[in-house]
Design a protein around this ligand. Structure first.
Ligand code: NIG
Ligand code: FE
Length: 414
């Protein structure tokens, strides 16, 4: 099924644009406020710079009027759990009545309830409802998205989630990176047998799914209500044997030292990290691990423990921002709203928040050579916004429409 809108070729010279500061690498210096041109040829960005310096070779190319719009790279949502059955509005009500996330989880709600609904849904149902959730992200300019498994928790069910994720990429043309999160929660069949389940994840599930080409990275929920540090390391070692990069749901509810472990395995990212210690910050800085901030989950859980933003900034750890879209803690479908929340709740600066949903998010997925930056030599993924300045992207919330979206050298929205 093709779920993408009709598209046309973006080849030619896009002129009269503003470039969002820090998110483009011009070939010729641009004075502040100077109109920029982008050259797209055969779907690839070939040149970025001031109109007056446009190389003669492109002078006759077709022209697209940028009309003063602001250009950013295509957005990247680097942490989602988009494929699942059901929803958890009932739990939202329980938490409003005073129950904590941990209490709901221990009472059989939480992840376990989504596992039941996901197992009960057909693959086509999973695809259809995930596609419906992906659309608002796409309409906002998301060009690359990470999708985790972790609501199947059995080989056949994890496989379905990952297959649906792959199908979503094929149907929409988005760059979809799949992450195997078999170690998300203990499935009911393994109650009281956590070690047996982790052995099964490492020895059976991961190798099989990897052999089927369904796994781009491996993640674990390392937490006192999920898996221990030793269990996490066992999964990381299994991933490493297969040559797969790792990521970690780390220090969300407590400081488990997960970030230091993840850094030893050169993790792409540590995500959540509200309780991250200074030692964790330093380990991530050394390993080049991206800090993925998830203000939607922080907000939904009415968390008060802020991630250590100043320490991350001081240590030079790249900070990404993502929706963490999931039915329990972050039913969010706007990445720009997350940028707004990262500023308001976490005190990121606007340039940090915008780099967080582009440049650093791409790095958290290992897509730093193709996504997250407007620069010559990369596939043409960019978004044009009807705003006077970049800060507007993080300032408005609840309304912001991309004017034009170019993805993979195609105009997919205009
Ligand atoms: O990223 N932290 C663990 N996983 C999800 C929540 C999953 C759920 O509650 O369904 C998260 O917040
Ligand atoms: Fe998550």
């Amino acid at each position: 099924m093709d779920a993408s809108p009709p598209h046309t070729d973006a080849d030619g010279v896009w002129h009269g644009l503003q470039l969002a500061p820090g998110l483009a690498q011009p070939d010729e210096p641009l004075a502040e406020g100077e109109a920029a041109s982008l050259v797209v040829h055969q779907g690839v960005l070939r040149w970025v710079g001031p109109a007056a310096r446009l190389p003669a070779a492109w002078a006759q190319a077709p022209r697209h009027d940028g009309a003063g719009l602001l250009a950013t790279p295509g957005l990247v949502d680097c942490h989602t759990h988009l494929v699942y059955g059901g929803q958890r509005a009932g739990e939202f009500a329980m938490r409003l009545a005073g129950a904590s996330y941990e209490e709901v989880a221990r009472a059989g709600g939480g992840i376990a309830s989504t596992v039941r609904a996901t197992r009960a849904a057909s693959e086509d149902e999973l695809f259809a409802c995930a596609l419906a959730r992906l659309r608002p992200l796409m309409e906002e300019g998301v060009c690359a998205v990470e999708i985790k498994s972790g609501y199947g928790l059995a080989l056949a069910h994890e496989r379905r989630q990952l297959r649906v994720a792959r199908r979503l990429g094929q149907a929409t043309g988005l760059a979809v990176r799949t992450t195997f999160l078999g170690a998300h929660a203990l499935p009911p069949e393994y109650a009281g047998r956590s070690q047996d389940y982790i052995d099964h994840v490492c020895n059976d599930m991961l190798p099989a799914l990897h052999a089927e080409g369904l796994v781009d990275a491996v993640d674990v929920f390392c937490e006192r209500i999920a898996f221990s540090l030793a269990e996490t390391e066992q999964v990381f070692a299994a991933a490493q044997r297969l040559g797969l990069p790792v990521k970690l749901h780390a220090e969300q509810l407590s400081d488990m030292g997960g970030a230091q472990l993840a850094a030893r395995y050169r993790a792409l990212s540590c995500d959540h990290i509200e309780h991250l210690s200074q030692a964790g910050v330093e380990a991530m800085a050394q390993a080049g691990t991206v800090a993925v901030l998830l203000p939607g989950a922080f907000y939904t859980l009415r968390d008060t423990q802020l991630p250590p933003i100043a320490a991350l900034r001081a240590a030079g750890v790249p900070m990404a921002v993502s929706t963490d879209h999931n039915p329990g803690t972050s039913p969010a479908l706007s990445l720009l709203l997350m940028a707004n929340m990262a500023c308001t709740l976490f005190r990121l600066t606007v340039p940090e928040a915008l780099a967080g949903i582009t440049l650093h998010a791409a790095r958290a997925l290992g897509l730093q050579d193709t996504h997250g930056l407007i620069a010559a030599g990369r596939p043409a993924h960019f978004v044009l916004w009807p705003v006077a300045e970049a800060a507007e992207l993080a300032y408005w919330f609840g309304r912001q429409r991309a004017h034009t979206i170019v993805r993979g050298g195609r105009i997919v929205q205009r």
